[in-house]
Ligand binder design. Structure first.
Ligand code: COA
Length: 254
């Protein structure tokens, strides 16, 4: 299997597992990833996505890229884009635990996740320009939304590879941790999220995602409608009651 899937309660751990090729995303790996993601979505509420060996993922498999023509590129690229959109739109909260190189599609995969934690050995970049192409699964779209247009242009136009601290400085990752602590820290974050009320989590993610596509005036209305719906849930009553009664809440996902 080119992708491993493990569960720890409601946490899924999806590991790209083609270390000898630095987890290059060939079609088989992408297919296995989709399968693992589908299963994770059914059984878990939070997923950590990581890579085995010294890379998170080094992007599309160049052995496959070299065989593409415009039509096959459109087909394969569409699948990649759809996969990353799925991650972004899913109710599953995704944490990229970036253990090493996250280049090209690897960086795009990390950007499709909700939160990125990097090992201090991680490296990031969109080096497609060096191959005579451009990013094809979000690198020109998600990257500027995360780090700003100027910085995205610098990275995409130069193909420069940056280290974890620079990624933190520009806001591409939310945290950098010692390499050996990466999974521990990612799991800590996952546990913190898993303690939260499930419906509020889903709505929070939906509202935050809407900030990318909706005009502010519409986004504010959308936020208010999701906010208001949550007052119909038992968990909202429990959250507020437990605060007033000075005890830990017990959320049930209703
Ligand atoms: N597609 C296919 N194979 C890849 C690959 C990719 N994107 N990136 C690395 N590999 C393979 C190498 O060909 C090599 O295979 P081999 O051992 O059979 O020769 C193996 O993975 C290890 O890579 P190697 O280049 O020897 O490791 P390195 O530590 O010297 O360099 C990188 C690491 C990441 C700097 C280098 O592999 C690289 O630049 N890769 C391409 C990244 C890229 O352009 N991604 C965008 C694709 S659109």
């Amino acid at each position: 299997m080119r992708v491993l899937l493990n569960f720890e309660g409601e946490l899924a751990i999806i590991t790209l597992n083609r270390p000898e090729k630095l987890n290059a995303l060939d079609s088989e790996t992408r297919k296995d990833f989709l399968k693992a993601f589908n299963e994770a979505e059914e059984r878990a509420r939070v997923a950590i996505i990581t890579g085995s060996g010294k890379a998170f993922a080094v992007g599309a498999d160049i052995n496959e890229l070299i065989l593409r023509n415009p039509l096959s590129s459109l087909e394969a690229g569409k699948l990649g884009t759809e996969l990353f959109n799925r991650i972004e739109e899913s109710d599953l909260v995704s944490i990229a635990a970036v253990n090493g190189y996250a280049l090209g599609g690897g960086c795009e995969l990390a950007m499709a996740c909700d939160i990125r934690i990097a090992s201090d050995k991680a490296k990031f970049g969109q080096p497609e320009i060096n191959l005579g192409i451009i990013p094809g699964a979000g690198g020109t779209q998600r990257l500027p939304r995360i780090v700003g247009l100027g910085m995205a242009k610098k990275l995409v136009l130069t193909g420069e590879v940056i280290d974890a601290n620079e990624a933190l400085r520009i806001g591409l990752v939310e945290d950098v941790v010692p390499h050996e602590k990466l999974m521990e820290k990612a799991k800590e974050l996952a546990s913190k999220i898993l303690e939260k009320p499930p419906l509020a989590l889903k709505f929070a993610k939906k509202a935050l995602n809407a900030s990318r596509t909706m005009a502010l005036i519409d986004g504010l209305k959308y936020e208010l409608s999701l906010f208001s719906i949550l007052f119909s849930t038992e968990d909202a009553k429990e959250g507020m009651r437990s605060f007033l009664e000075k005890r830990r809440p017990e959320f049930r996902g209703r």
